[in-house]
Design a binder for this molecule. Structure first.
Ligand SMILES: C[S@@+](CC[C@H](N)C(=O)[O-])C[C@H]1O[C@@H](n2cnc3c(N)ncnc32)[C@H](O)[C@@H]1O
Length: 209
């Protein structure tokens, strides 16, 4: 389900330039091979999608904001297909039996509630090849913003927009129940220089067995 579409459209109406790719995109780059197919959830200004495409991947980058998708499509999109869609739903732009090697999400999984997260995990599992990876970075319950705003249950809070914070223990169970294997699972401060806030995040790479 789409939440905060107006918030993100307003944000991108004044922040549409492509920023430098995230430190998380570099962090997972050793898992990537030329010609791999990837789906990105919540691509925003496309900074990581463009980075992956330069590495030779074929990237399907999804965002709910028609404002930023429209701008992204005017840039050099070699290797990237931008889609304005809800990432909680199995993508209709792929054939039913098409699989991908990677699903990637940076700072987007806290935009959705717990029910939608669980169904998103289900379609991702179905879309990944055996041996494929789901890479994500998300704020954890130990993030300084946890508890700020109106509580909406399941570790979700509404301040300027909705954020649901991830419990490391619960996340591990949700993935292992579905047949994912944790290759990387760390909780830490974002330490890279190019990141500005002091988020506490979970950085994870799960493999479909
Ligand atoms: C914090 S931004 C992160 C953008 C990008 N991943 C980055 O790291 O720069 C969250 C993005 O997720 C998108 N988003 C949130 N919920 C979504 C949904 N259900 N479907 C598609 N996009 C969504 C928002 O529009 C926004 O662009």
């Amino acid at each position: 389900m789409i939440i905060d579409k107006n918030y993100w459209n307003n944000y991108y109406s004044i922040n549409s330039e492509t920023k430098i790719n995230s430190s998380f995109s570099e962090f997972i780059s050793s898992f990537l091979t030329e010609d791999d197919r990837m789906i990105e959830l919540g691509c925003g200004d496309g900074r990581d999608a463009f980075y992956f495409a330069k590495k030779g991947l074929v990237v399907h980058a999804i965002d709910q904001s028609e404002e930023i998708i429209k701008v992204n499509k005017t840039k050099n999109t070699d290797g990237v297909f931008f889609h304005c869609a809800d990432f909680t739903i199995d993508p209709v732009f792929l054939d039913r039996d098409q699989r991908v090697k990677h699903v990637y999400s940076r700072f987007t999984l806290h935009s959705i509630n717990k029910i939608d997260f669980e169904s998103t995990l289900d379609w991702i599992y179905g879309r990944l090849e055996v041996g494929g990876y789901f890479h994500f970075e998300v704020r954890s319950c130990n993030d300084p913003l946890f508890g700020v705003g109106e509580s909406l249950g399941d570790n979700g809070y509404y301040s300027s927009h909705y954020r649901r914070f991830f419990s490391p223990r619960e996340t591990l169970v949700q993935f292992s129940d579905r047949g994912f294997h944790a290759v990387i699972f760390v909780e830490d401060f974002l330490s890279a220089n190019i990141e500005t806030d002091k988020s506490v995040v979970i950085r994870a790479v799960f493999k479909k067995l």
